[in-house]
Design a protein around this ligand. Structure first.
Ligand SMILES: *Cc1c(COP(=O)(O)O)cnc(C)c1O
Length: 339
């Protein structure tokens, strides 16, 4: 293996040595298999190809200060994957299988877990797809669950430095009562065009509004949104938001340091009242937002003082990273240490 340049890893696909797979057939999950192939073979009429029977997860393993490998909140990712499975009529994954698959994939690729202190981590990607053939719009009877991993750098190349975002009104990510609240492929297909346009225009991501009225903030591309006002952490509630495990963790930490937490609809105009705003998700933990520009009105909201990240965002970021990297005790039961 060539030396990996841990400091300059992108957030992208990285070939590692092994992945794990299990097939669901005749109503049962099969034995977990270990593979060193990057390919999968499937029927051309597989439902994942035609009708979007596909759900994924994203979680991370970190090399701690003590050299141990820590996996963050994998039980939450399991619950969310099964919620996604139920939402598009796929077979659910038993905890034992999910747990074994994640642990095995990390263990077999341990040499790819970046060293402590490089700002990098091992990204873990569980995937569940309908592989059985259908031509009518129906759920498959066969599924493939797999887990692959790869070392990644920060999601936004800026790392923990402020980014620019744009509010879009001519595209929606997901509809109320649709599939926005589950992590299924179709939602991301719908976000590609506005995200590409935003990147071309120099923005890190788009801010989607609620698709019923276009009045409230929904999500910051593939991340949740939060704002800080005084001593309060505020994050949108909506039926089309994907419930971020990072957001949930930040809320717990905010409460721990004596902040109030509000989960409620956040009108666009309220952007003018926040002292700090950010996007949160596994990939970046927090991406602090420096400015938000409304694409239609060109009105701008600005949060950076001399390009600096706000104190509360910094504090929450540092607290969460410290738990993930074993610098602070895990009082929450969030960490699985690899044996
Ligand atoms: C995965 C994802 C998030 C972040 O969730 P985490 O569990 O914090 O990684 C937020 N929004 C969308 C749309 C996502 O797909």
């Amino acid at each position: 293996m060539n030396q990996i340049d841990w400091k300059n890893l992108p957030f992208g696909y990285f070939k590692t040595d092994y992945n794990v797979r299990s097939y669901y057939r005749n109503g049962l999950w099969g034995e977990m298999e270990i593979s060193s192939s990057e390919q999968i073979t499937m029927h051309m009429a597989a439902t994942c190809l035609h009708y979007g029977q596909e759900a994924f997860e994203g979680l991370k393993a970190f090399r701690g200060k003590d050299g141990k490998v820590r996996i963050f909140r994998m039980d939450e990712n399991w619950k969310r994957m099964n919620n996604s499975a139920r939402g598009i009529m796929m077979a659910e994954i038993p905890w034992e299988l999910f747990h074994e698959a994640v642990i095995t994939a990390v263990k077999l690729n341990q040499k790819y877990v970046p060293p402590y202190g490089e700002g990098a981590s091992l990204y873990i990607r569980p995937l569940l797809i309908g592989t059985g053939p259908q031509v009518g719009v129906k759920p498959a009877t066969e599924y493939l669950f797999m887990v692959f991993v790869g070392p990644v750098g920060p999601y936004f190349k800026e790392g923990f430095s402020p980014v620019k975002m744009e509010i879009v009104r001519d595209y929606h990510r997901a509809a109320p009562k649709g599939t926005g609240h589950i992590k299924v492929g179709g939602n991301y297909a719908a976000s590609l065009v506005p995200a590409h346009r935003a990147h071309q225009d120099g923005y890190a991501s788009v801010l989607f509004l609620d698709s019923a009225e276009g009045k409230y903030i929904d999500e910051a591309g593939p991340a949740n949104f939060f704002g800080i006002k005084g001593n309060t952490y505020i994050t949108p509630s909506s039926t089309s938001i994907l419930p971020s495990i990072t957001n949930k963790s930040l809320q717990a930490l905010a409460k721990e340091i004596g902040m109030d937490v509000e989960v409620r609809p956040v009108p666009v105009e309220e952007l003018a009242e926040f002292e700090e705003v950010g996007a949160c998700g596994t990939a970046a933990v927090i991406s602090p937002i420096c400015s938000i520009i409304d694409r239609d009105t060109t009105h701008g909201y600005h949060y950076c003082k001399e390009g600096k990240v706000g104190t509360i965002s910094s504090k929450l970021y540092t607290m969460l990273r410290a738990i993930q990297e074993g610098e602070e005790p895990d009082n929450w039961g969030w960490i699985t240490i690899l044996e």
